[in-house]
Design a protein around this ligand. Sequence first.
Ligand SMILES: C[S@@+](CC[C@H](N)C(=O)[O-])C[C@H]1O[C@@H](n2cnc3c(N)ncnc32)[C@H](O)[C@@H]1O
Length: 257
Amino acid sequence: MSIQDVADYLSGPFTEIDGWCDPYLWQVLAPLHEAQEALGVSGPVAEIGVHHGKLLIGLMKTKGSPSGNLAIDAFDLQQFNIDGSGEGSIQMLQDNLARCGYRADALRLVRADSLTLGAADVPDLRADAPEGFTFVSVDGGHEVEYALSDIRLAMALAMPEGIILVDDFFAPDWPGVTEALARLYLHDRPQFVPLLAGYNKLLLCHRSHRQGFSRTLVQYIKDHLNTRVHAKVVTLFGYRLINVEPDRSQPFEPIVQ
Ligand SMILES: C[S@@+](CC[C@H](N)C(=O)[O-])C[C@H]1O[C@@H](n2cnc3c(N)ncnc32)[C@H](O)[C@@H]1O
């Protein structure tokens, strides 16, 4: 990551691109990116539910990933957006990519009802990222069946060192997302487990890396965010995770070690 690229994006186009994304999220995306680098992994990012690319472009900037990125959205097939969450637009997405310095082929667009995508589609969806995606955001349909299906798809798209970001966790307007996570973790034992809650998201990582990422985050919060966030270790569905609430009275600035 070029911290300057991310900072320029967050203080520039990010403020003008329509969408739903908390800039303070980069308080934890920055150290998670660094932790992935320390593990020797890099590579493209993916999102299910893109709208105009506000978060996705930020993830691309974070990973410095010029190609192989993936955007899944119903786009103009809005009859599949049954809860009316956002409205994907290929034109707006491509305009925003261009203004952020990306060529149109930086991102593969998949125009589909994500509910129809499953295990059989994974090899094709991973064709440009054979090792898997570094960050996968889930922010498509918010009804329980959609969220559950999208989270399972994200787990199949992410690399083992990858981070999955599930939007609207515990959001009262979108209880389907929380119900999907409850179904997932109370009825199953998936390989990706809760790591951090905050910024209106639940972040998941692979069991194998939970301890490593968790230690990195705890240390980073102590060293860099101590006066900037409230942080508490909590238990959810039997998994220990860090709940983070930023102090929004302080100006946001992305920090790296
Ligand atoms: C809340 S918006 C996404 C916001 C975006 N992540 C951002 O950074 O601003 C939800 C998106 O999910 C898409 N969507 C809703 N239902 C879908 C479905 N069944 N399949 C694919 N995409 C869907 C919508 O078209 C919309 O673009």
